[in-house]
Write a protein that binds this ligand. Structure first.
Ligand code: BES
Ligand code: ZN
Length: 630
C-alpha cells in the first residue's frame, strides 16, 4: 500500500508525480490504451445488496403518503400507496421494511391483498411480500412505526432550542427510510411523491418537497415532490417552526428563538445557488431552503431535496462554517440529480460534492480559502486512513454484509475529492468544468455506478484529450496514490511558522492571532501535539479563551487536545458541550479522547449515560462502540 506521509507541521501535500508526468505519458498512446482497458464499461447487472425488494421486476414509480404524526405514542401511522410498474409480469411485489407493523394491504383502492412478512435481518430488516395481479396498479399499505424505528428522532421540548414544543425529524440515508415507510429502499430506484401529513395543533410539518411557510389551522399539510428522487431523500420534520425568506428562492426554517441568528448566518445562500449554477448548470429543484434542526441531529447536514437539514452547530455568528451549506447545495447536482446506483458507489455522491463545495467556496471566498478547506480535508483523510482496514480505503467498495453507514468515511469524501482534483489538474480546469456540466446534464434524474462513470470519463474527457491517469489505483486500491495533488495555502504556512516558533520557545507572544479566521485556528489547534503540556494549555486558554469559544469546530478540537494533554480547565464546558451537541463528527473524537485513559473512560461512560437521551440512534451506536458498551 502506498501512503503519503506528511510531516505534522506542513501544509504541503507531497506528490511524486504531477500533471507533467501525465502529459509525458500521454505521448505514449499504447500506454493510454492499456490503462483504459481497465475501464471498458461493465455490462454486469447492477446489484444493490442492501435491499430485499424486487424493484427490477416490479417497481414503485410514485408514492402517496397519508400520515399522522403522534407525539404521545412517538409513532407515525398511516397509509402509503405505491403506484407500480410491473415490468416482468411479476406475481408478487417485495418491499423493504424494518421495525414496522403492517395492518393490511389493499390493491387498486379496494381489494384486500395477501401479504407476508419475511424473517427479520438485523442489517436489512424484513421483506414485505404482497401478492399482486396483472391489473394491479396501486398497492396501499396500512402501517405504523414502532419505538425501534431507526429513522425517527423524537425530541421532548427540553431537547429543543425553544423548549416549548416537542420535535421530530427523519433521517433516511443510507438505508433507514424503510424503517418509517415500507418501500423499495434502493438508491437505484427513483420515485415521485405526494403526502398529507397531520400533526398536532401549533406545529408545522416540512418535507423534501414544496413546503408551507406558515402554520396551517387544519394541521394537515399537503406536499408534492414532482421531480424523481431516490427514496433515501424522503424526509419529514415536525415542530414549532418559523420560516424566513432570504431571497426569491432561498429561505430558512428554524425554531422561533433561532430564526434571526440562522437567517443572519445563512443570508448568502442565494449567492451560493447562483454561483453553483454558473459552474455546473441550472438548479433543478426550484427552491433551496434550509431547516436548522435541534442540536441532537447527528450529522452536519443532509441534502434532502428542496430542504437541506442542518445542524445548529454551523451557526457560529461569523458565517465561518457555511461551507457546509455549499456542500449540501452541491448535492442538488451530485447525489440528488445524479445518484450513486448502490452504496458501493457512495464516493460518486460525496467525492463530487466535496469537489463542487470547494469550487463554490473558491468562487465566493477565493482560492486560498478553498485550499485551506482542502488541506483540513486532507488531514481528516490521513487520520481516517490510519484507522481503516485496507478494504475500506478504496473508493469503490464492496459492502455486502456491512451497514453502508459504517463505510461512509473520509475516503469517499476526501480521497474522492483529491481524485477529481487530480483529473482537473491533468486536463485543465476549463475542460474539466465543461465535462462536469455535461455529465450532470446527460445523467440528470438517473443513477450511476463507478464503472459507468469511469467509462464516461474515459470516453468524454481522457481519450479525447490524450491523457492517462492511474485510475484503477485510485479507485480499487487502498491508501493514497503517490500522485495525489499538492496543496499549499499561504495563510496556513504563516500559522505553521508561528506554531513552530511557539513550540520552541513556549512563548505565547509569538502568536499573532488577531486576524486568524476559524480555519487558521483549526489548523493551529490540530497541530498541537504532546509536546504542549497541560500547564501550557492553561496559559493558552487564559489568553485566547478557547474553552468558551462559541464556535463548535474550534471548541471541539480544543476540548480534544485538552483531554489528551490532561488539561482539566475544560471539564465543565466539555460536559455542557457533550450534553448539548449530538453531532457524531464531534462526539466521536471527544469520546475517543476520553476513552484513551482508564479514568477518562470512566468519565466518558458517566457523561454518556447522562446525555444519551439527547443523542440520535446513529451517534449512540458509534459511542457505545468507543466506550466498550456494545
Ligand atoms: N449525505 C451526507 C450525510 C450522510 C452521509 C448521512 C452518509 C448518512 C450517511 C451529507 O451530505 C454530508 O456529507 N454531511 C457532512 C457535512 C459535509 C460538510 C462533509 C456531515 O454531516 O458532517
Ligand atoms: Zn455530503
Amino acid at each position: 500500500m502506498k501512503k503519503v506521509i506528511i510531516p505534522i507541521l506542513t501544509s504541503l501535500i507531497f506528490a511524486s508525480c504531477n500533471s507533467k508526468t501525465a502529459e509525458n505519458t500521454s505521448e505514449n498512446n499504447s500506454e493510454i490504451n492499456d490503462e483504459n482497458a481497465v475501464l471498458t464499461p461493465n455490462t454486469k447487472e447492477i446489484m444493490d445488496t442492501h435491499t430485499l425488494s424486487n424493484y427490477k421486476e416490479v417497481a414503485t414509480k410514485h408514492l402517496d403518503l397519508d400520515l399522522t404524526v403522534d407525539f404521545e405514542t412517538k409513532s407515525i401511522k398511516g397509509i402509503v400507496t405505491h403506484t407500480i410498474k410491473n415490468k416482468t409480469n411479476a406475481k408478487q411485489i417485495v418491499f423493504d421494511s424494518k421495525y414496522l407493523v403492517v395492518d393490511k394491504v389493499v390493491l387498486n383502492g379496494s381489494e384486500a391483498a395477501t401479504f407476508k412478512l419475511g424473517e427479520f435481518d438485523e442489517l436489512l430488516g424484513t421483506s414485505l411480500t404482497v401478492d399482486i395481479k396483472e391489473n394491479t396498479e396501486t398497492v396501499a399499505i396500512h402501517y405504523k412505526t414502532t419505538q425501534k424505528t431507526e429513522a425517527l428522532d423524537w425530541l421532548v421540548a427540553e431537547q429543543t432550542a425553544n423548549k416549548t414544543s416537542p420535535f421530530m425529524y427523519t433521517q433516511g440515508q443510507s438505508i433507514f427510510t424503510r424503517s418509517w415507510i415500507p418501500l423499495q429502499d434502493s438508491p437505484e430506484l427513483r420515485i415521485t411523491y405526494t403526502a398529507n401529513v397531520t400533526v398536532p395543533k401549533g406545529m408545522i410539518a416540512v418535507m423534501s418537497a414544496n413546503n408551507p411557510v406558515e402554520l396551517n389551522e387544519s394541521s394537515t399539510y399537503y406536499f408534492e415532490m414532482k421531480q424523481s428522487i431516490p427514496c433515501y431523500l424522503l424526509a419529514l420534520a415536525v415542530g414549532e417552526l418559523e420560516f424566513k425568506a432570504l431571497d426569491e428562492r432561498t429561505g430558512v426554517y428554524a425554531e422561533p428563538s433561532m430564526l434571526t441568528s440562522c437567517a443572519e448566518e445563512l443570508v448568502d445562500m442565494g449567492k451560493m445557488v447562483n454561483v453553483a449554477e454558473e459552474l455546473y448548470g441550472p438548479y433543478q429543484w426550484e427552491r433551496f431552503d434550509v431547516i436548522v434542526l435541534p442540536p441532537s441531529f447527528p450529522f452536519g447536514g443532509m441534502e434532502n431535496p428542496r430542504l437541506t437539514f442542518a445542524t445548529p452547530t454551523i451557526i457560529a455568528g461569523d458565517k465561518s462554517l457555511v461551507s457546509l451549506i455549499a456542500h449540501e447545495l452541491a448535492h442538488s447536482w451530485s447525489g440528488n440529480l445524479v445518484t450513486n446506483a448502490t452504496w458501493n458507489d457512495f464516493w460518486l455522491n460525496e467525492g463530487f460534492t466535496v469537489y463542487f463545495e470547494r469550487r463554490i467556496m473558491e468562487a465566493l471566498e477565493g482560492k486560498d480559502y478553498a485550499d485551506m478547506l482542502a488541506i483540513l480535508g486532507f488531514q481528516d483523510l490521513e487520520r481516517t486512513l490510519n484507522e481503516l482496514t485496507p478494504e475500506f480505503q478504496k473508493l469503490r467498495l464492496n459492502l455486502k454484509g456491512f451497514h453502508p453507514d459504517d463505510a461512509m468515511t473520509d475516503v469517499a469524501y476526501e480521497k474522492g475529492y483529491f481524485f477529481l482534483r487530480l483529473i482537473e489538474e491533468t486536463v485543465g480546469r476549463d475542460k474539466f468544468d465543461a465535462f462536469l456540466k455535461q455529465y450532470f446534464e446527460s445523467h440528470k434524474f438517473q443513477t450511476i455506478t463507478t464503472d459507468q462513470f469511469l467509462a464516461y470519463l474515459n470516453k468524454e474527457l481522457l481519450i479525447p484529450n490524450n491523457k492517462s491517469i492511474n485510475i484503477s489505483e485510485w479507485v480499487d486500491e487502498p491508501g493514497l496514490p503517490a500522485n495525489c495533488p499538492t496543496i499549499e495555502a499561504k495563510r496556513f504556512i504563516a500559522v505553521e511558522k508561528q506554531l513552530e516558533q511557539y513550540k520552541k520557545d513556549k512563548d505565547l507572544a509569538v502568536l499573532e492571532t488577531k486576524d486568524w479566521s476559524t480555519h487558521e485556528w483549526l489548523h493551529f489547534l490540530r497541530d498541537l501535539d504532546s509536546t504542549v503540556s497541560a500547564q501550557e494549555m492553561e496559559k493558552m486558554d487564559k489568553r485566547f479563551m478557547l474553552t468558551n469559544s462559541g464556535n463548535s469546530e474550534i471548541a471541539a478540537i480544543w476540548f480534544e487536545k485538552s483531554i489528551y494533554a490532561g488539561y482539566h480547565g475544560i471539564d465543565e464546558q466539555l460536559e455542557a458541550f457533550l450534553k448539548r451537541v449530538g453531532r457524531r463528527k464531534f462526539l466521536k473524537p471527544l469520546y475517543e479522547a476520553l476513552a484513551s485513559t482508564p479514568e477518562g473512560l470512566e468519565t466518558g461512560r458517566v457523561i454518556f449515560k447522562k446525555y444519551k437521551k439527547n443523542y440520535h440512534y446513529v451517534s449512540i451506536n458509534t459511542i457505545e462502540g468507543i466506550l466498550g458498551l456494545k
